[in-house]
Design a protein around this ligand. Sequence first.
Ligand code: NOJ
Length: 545
Amino acid sequence: MEHTTAIFPAEPSAQYRWWHHGIIYQVYPRSFQDSNGDGVGDLKGIITRLDYLQWLGVDCLWLSPIFPSPMADFGYDISDYRGIHPLFGNMEDFDELLSEVHRRGLKLLLDLVPNHTSDQHPWFLESRSSRDNPRRDWYIWHDGKADGSVPNNWLSVFGGPAWEWDSHTGQYYYHAFLKEQPDLNWRNPEVQQAMLDVMRFWLEKGVDGFRVDVMWHMIKDSQLRDNPPVPNAAGDTANPLYDDYLPVYSTDQPEVHQIVRMMRELTDAYDDRVLIGEIYLPIPKLVTYYGQDNSGAHLPFNFQLLTLPWNSREIAGAIDAYEGALPAGSWPNWVLSNHDKPRIASRLGLSQARIAAMLLLTLRGTPTIYYGDEIGMTDVPIPLDEIVDPQGLNMPDMNVSRDPCRTPMQWSPEINAGFSARKPWLRLPYNAARVNVEKQKNDTHSMLSFYRKLIDMRKKSAALSVGSYSPVYSDGQLISYLRQEHDETFLIILNLSHRPAYFRPQNTSYNGIIKLSTEEERIGMRVTNVITLAGDEGLLVQIDD
Ligand code: NOJ
């Protein structure tokens, strides 16, 4: 595969906003910094670490949920959309956080969880109180089948049926996740207005936008038809799992786009805000969430790098498939890790994690960094009796707990890695005294220094942040592409294998100076024609002719 000219548009039609060229940094609030010694991170703690984020060079913080919640799913079960959970602080702390973020020229995104509430939310308490309660239809209630069994075959992502029997009113309610997370009925206009009001509340306060939880789940088939089984799946028929069925009726319904559009219209009524959607769908479906004429999400999260096997052909193919599928005028984005998936350094190893960082920070599109990846944090093994994640607890034999990727940030060699004065809610790794921000800050060879250099280069270069992308050459080991804007061109060559590799595009030669390499000794060297790379090496070359 070889191209010599830019085949993708150099510029999106819209003017660049902060979220085009900025870098998003995801903070899992329970695990960033504890300020009051209860072992759980909080807002005041985050405030004390804003200088670090500014030093690192990121532009925007996205906070996983900080709202009142029984914490059945660690905050993704919200019982009050307009408050702050006391574990994290109070509204005064939030206001201070927001103003401290803005004072530093940074942005703040909140996690909006509109698909479901907590079963303790007053809306649900009313809804379940009687069949004729005015809020009954705010959730998805249904009679069982004639034999009393569940209304259809939909399963919960967290295991077991997605329907819970309510003996008080004699009907089932639907929950895509835990039974403590009943799904709202987004076909009801009152629900739509109530959630838009929630958005308005935070937008008025000045938050810079939202990451919308499970956006593709928000509307379900009006007839509640059965999902078809995955063809030839070898699942356990007595105990089927979510992935044994194709969720074609329980997710990604056409009507969801009207909802996203409403959210976008509201977001756009405020200055310079952004709407991001969490969507795990294949590329052709994912890009429909940009909406017709880009009236949907500004950034439907692109999880290709997080879900695909790490090999050069797959990744190169996915980058081009994604670039090629983007609607005109839409803007790409890339995510490497998050609080639901294994950390990148655990998936790929530390050497390839640097290649992944180069990819994330040199591709065209807004990058999202997951806290701790910048110091190469790995998944922490959590003993069985310390597992707290409901996904892990509900499916004990499957090793799917998300606790390992949610452990406290490792700040220093001090007690509890400088995260808390007390035993943290999740344990730290044994090597936390060695792997931490303080140790890496002044070590020019560290992962942190590498991330910082990459971020710095991206910020200083229009070519790297908003320039055009054109694939150059990829084979069974390498991915390479050009980023270009005006007279500045960078060639990025990444060796996704552990063996030495040769960059040898046919018909063209690239001459330039290495500006960044995983092998630091090479920085400043000139390269031309066939370029030899070490295993696990990545090069950023400034082309000069
Ligand atoms: C997606 C969130 O990222 C995940 O952490 C949560 O468990 C589910 N949505 C349910 O809200």
